[in-house]
Design a protein around this ligand. Structure first.
Ligand code: FVH
Length: 295
């Protein structure tokens, strides 16, 4: 009840899978909640749980006394929802996935309309929202004052990591991590494809080995970062690029033996080969970053 709680009210635009999870987390934490969704039927269960439904985004924004949070499909839907609303004096927190450039443009657009803007990139799936023990968190960047002022609301949804005042940096962190995850899933798909033809290999047992191996290798990211910072790509190298590039022949030959299409691996192998051909066989993998960025 808005009259008896000391918790900040929240206005939420967007009740997809993620928006609905956020709504329930804020209701559970005792925040008075106003919701709007393009398809109004999705608000009904939340109204039954204590939320107030607004008929339009303009009505929702006009009545907001706490942060206005957006969790919509993409940046274009954010533009559509906010078009025609009076944002003057409002605190806008955008949890919609966007590119860094879109986030910066959206920040300017919102600020030109007299509001403050904080961008967020959620590193969690809906069942992790409102459950800190799952380790989900959200990157935030942009208006630090807004972030600190509404920290309690934000932390009721997920853990928080503020990554700077550049409005594009939350999106950049979000997309960089998702990009790494995509490459990892490509490797996982290739690995399962290799073992699949073997009738006596159990996929669940193999999955356990694979997950442990990926966890062990994940620590290599720190060594790579140290090399990128120092500029010495041979620093701390225990497995050099020439050896790894030579080993790729066995990976490709095994793919051929198992009738597996190697297309998920070959672009990265080509970068490794080029770096060795440039005379850098004594390095680790950091030089492939130079090749990706035109170095
Ligand atoms: N779900 C997830 O696992 C990921 C985890 C990480 C972060 N993402 C991002 O969160 C944003 C919302 O994702 P979502 O899972 O809630 O997505 P949907 O269930 O598809 O819901 C989309 C909502 O957007 C509304 N919408 C779409 N287009 C428009 C529009 N032109 N104008 C106004 N609203 C629009 C849609 O409304 P409706 O279809 O119910 O009427 C939903 O409310 C997203 O950026 C993820 O990348 C989720």
């Amino acid at each position: 009840d808005i009259t008896t709680t000391s918790k900040s009210p929240v206005t939420l635009l967007g009740l997809g899978a993620m928006g609905t999870a956020l709504a329930r987390a804020w209701l559970a934490a005792g925040h008075p909640l106003t919701v709007w969704n393009r398809t109004p039927e999705k608000a009904a269960p939340l109204v039954g749980e204590g939320a107030r439904a607004a008929a339009t985004p303009a009505e929702a924004v006009a009545s907001a006394t706490g942060p206005v949070v957006l969790c919509l499909l993409d940046d274009a839907s954010v533009g559509e929802a906010l078009d025609g609303t009076d944002l003057k004096g409002r605190a806008v927190v955008n949890l919609t996935t966007a590119t860094p450039a879109q986030a910066r443009r959206r920040a300017r657009w919102v600020e030109e309309r007299g509001a403050r803007f904080l961008d967020g990139g959620i590193m969690a799936v809906p069942p992790m929202i409102g459950r800190p023990e799952t380790g989900g968190y959200t990157f935030y960047s942009g208006d630090r004052v807004l972030f600190e002022r509404h920290r309690e609301v934000l932390e009721a949804a997920t853990g928080v990591k503020f990554v700077g005042e550049d409005h594009g940096h939350a999106a950049l962190h979000d997309i960089a991590l998702l990009s790494a995850m995509t490459g990892m899933f490509a490797g996982i798909a290739h690995a399962f494809a290799l073992v699949r033809p073997e009738r006596d290999l159990d996929e669940a047992g193999f999955a356990a080995l694979l997950a442990d191996w990926l966890g062990a290798m994940a620590g290599m990211t720190h060594g790579m970062a140290a090399q990128l910072v120092s500029g010495d790509y041979t620093e701390g190298v225990t497995s050099n690029l020439a050896m790894m590039a030579a080993g790729n022949d066995a990976l490709l030959a095994t793919a051929a033996e198992q009738s597996v299409d190697p297309r998920l691996l070959t672009p990265y192998m080509e970068l490794m080969r080029r770096r060795v051909a440039q005379g850098h066989g004594d390095e680790g993998l950091a030089g492939t970053v130079d090749l990706l960025t035109g170095g």
